[in-house]
Design a protein around this ligand. Structure first.
Ligand SMILES: NC(=O)c1ccc[n+]([C@@H]2O[C@H](COP(=O)([O-])OP(=O)(O)OC[C@H]3O[C@@H](n4cnc5c(N)ncnc54)[C@H](OP(=O)(O)O)[C@@H]3O)[C@@H](O)[C@H]2O)c1
Length: 365
C-alpha cells in the first residue's frame, strides 16, 4: 500500500480540513520534496472562501514550499536527494490532474520550478521567495520587456537606466522583489508607493523615491519627482485592484505600459471576500486611456518563456540569494497549534488584509 501523509485542503466553498493523501512518485523531470515550510498568499483565501477557479475538490492549498529533495524523477540532473530547495507550484490545484498544493508533508514539483537554497538562508525565509520573486522577474523582464542583464548586479547600466519606473504597492512582498530586481539590474529612478512605515526599508531595497499611496497629493508628488511632463512610461501594479489602477492612471503616460497582477480585485485591497474579481479591466470602468498598453500578468504561465523556464529558478535565483542581492521577505511564522490551526490562522490574516510587508509561513506539519 502506498504511504500516506497529511495535507490541508479546501473541501468545499468555505470549508477546509486536514486530509490524508497518497504520496505520489516523481515522474520525468520532477522531484519529490519533503516540505518543511509552506507559504500562504491571498490566492489561498480565494480558493478556500469563494472557490475561485476551483474545478474539483479537494484542493490542497499552497503555492510555495521549502524543504529537502526526497526523491528525483527520471532525467533530473540539476538536483539531488538531500538538496535544500524552495519551489513554486503553479496553479493546478483545482484540477484533479493538476499539480498539487504545497501545504502537505511531501509534494511532487517540476525540477525547473525549484531553486537550491544557499546554506546562509533558513528554509522558512526561503519559503517566502518563489511565487512573488517569479512574478516580479516575469513582470519586469518579460511582460514589461526590460532587457535581462547578463549577470546580477548588471555589469553596465541598462539603456534608459534613469527612466522613471513606478512600483505601485511596493510594501507588498511582490513589490519588494521588484525593487530589489530593478536595483540589481541597474535602474536608478525607481518610484515606489507604500504606507509610510515601509519607506525606510524600501529605500534600502532600491527605491529612489517613496510616496504614501494614501496621500491626497500622490499624483502631484510623483509628477514633481518625475519632472518633465510628470508622467511615467512604465509601471508595475503590485496590488492590482480597481483603486490602484485608478491611482496609476493619474500618473501613467498615455503612451505608457502598466503590468497588472491578475486577478483584478474590486475595491482597493488584496483580499476582497465575495466581491468580484476580473481577468481584464471592465471596459465601462477603465480609467486608462485607450492608448496605454496593459499587460495582464499570469505568473502560472511564466515557463512558456523557455529562457525563464531553464534559468530563473535553476540558476538566477540561487545566485541572487547567495550574493544577497535578493533578500527574502520578513517571515510571519505560524508554528503553534495543529497543522490545520496554523493554516486557519494564516487564512484569517490574509482574508482580513492583516498582512503588511511580510509573508505568512506555515511550519509543516
Ligand atoms: N497574476 C499573478 O500571477 C500574481 C502573482 C502573484 C501575486 N499576484 C497578486 O499580486 C498582489 C500582491 O500579492 P502579494 O502576495 O505580494 O501581496 P501581500 O504582500 O500580501 O500584500 C500586502 C501588502 O499590500 C499592500 N497594499 C494593500 N492595499 C494597497 C493599496 N491599495 N495600495 C498600495 N498598497 C496596498 C499593503 O501595503 P502597506 O503595508 O504599505 O499598506 C500590504 O503590505 C495580490 O493581489 C496577488 O493576487 C498575482
Amino acid at each position: 500500500m502506498a504511504a500516506t501523509h497529511t495535507a490541508i485542503a479546501a473541501l468545499a466553498k468555505g470549508r477546509f480540513d486536514a486530509i490524508q493523501v497518497e504520496r505520489a512518485k516523481p515522474g520525468a523531470g520532477e522531484v519529490l520534496v519533503k516540505i518543511a515550510y509552506a507559504s500562504m498568499i491571498a490566492f489561498d483565501t480565494y480558493i478556500t472562501d469563494v472557490g475561485f477557479v476551483v474545478v474539483d475538490y479537494p484542493v490542497i492549498l499552497g503555492f510555495n514550499g521549502a524543504g529537502t529533495v526526497a526523491e528525483i524523477g527520471a532525467g533530473v540532473t540539476s538536483l539531488a536527494v538531500g538538496d535544500r530547495v524552495t519551489g513554486f507550484q503553479p496553479y493546478g490545484q483545482g484540477r484533479k490532474d493538476g499539480p498539487k498544493g504545497t501545504m502537505q508533508e511531501f509534494v511532487v514539483m517540476s525540477a525547473f520550478t525549484c531553486a537550491k537554497v544557499p546554506d546562509s538562508i533558513a528554509l522558512d525565509a526561503a519559503a517566502t521567495v518563489p511565487d512573488n520573486f517569479i512574478t516580479s522577474f516575469y513582470s519586469l523582464f518579460d511582460q514589461l520587456a526590460l532587457p535581462i542583464p547578463t549577470s546580477f548586479p548588471a555589469p553596465s547600466p541598462p539603456p534608459n537606466h534613469d527612466t522613471p519606473i513606478l512600483v505601485y504597492g511596493a510594501g507588498s512582498t511582490t513589490g519588494q522583489y521588484a525593487l530589489q530586481l530593478l536595483h540589481a539590474a541597474g535602474y536608478t529612478n525607481v518610484i515606489a508607493t507604500a504606507s509610510a512605515k515601509h519607506h525606510a526599508l524600501l529605500r534600502t531595497l532600491g527605491a529612489t523615491h517613496v510616496f504614501d499611496y494614501a496621500s491626497p497629493t500622490l499624483a502631484a508628488d510623483i509628477a514633481r519627482a518625475v519632472g518633465g511632463d510628470g508622467k511615467i512610461a512604465l509601471a508595475l501594479d503590485a496590488i492590482t485592484a480597481e483603486g490602484t489602477i485608478a491611482r496609476i492612471a493619474e500618473v501613467l503616460s498615455p503612451q505608457g505600459t502598466v503590468a497588472l497582477l491578475l486577478p483584478i480585485k474590486a475595491g482597493d485591497k488584496v483580499a476582497v471576500g465575495e466581491a468580484p474579481m476580473y481577468w481584464e479591466i471592465p471596459a465601462d470602468q477603465n480609467p486608462l486611456p485607450a492608448s496605454t498598453t496593459v499587460k495582464y500578468v499570469r505568473t502560472f504561465t511564466y515557463a512558456q518563456n523557455e529562457y525563464l523556464k531553464n534559468n530563473l529558478m535553476p540558476k538566477i535565483l540561487p545566485d541572487l540569494l547567495a550574493s544577497g542581492l535578493i533578500q527574502p521577505n520578513r517571515v510571519r511564522l505560524l508554528d503553534q497549534g495543529t497543522f490545520k490551526e496554523r493554516v486557519g490562522t494564516g487564512l484569517d490574516l490574509l482574508r482580513n488584509n492583516k498582512i503588511s510587508g511580510e509573508k505568512v509561513i506555515v511550519k509543516v506539519p
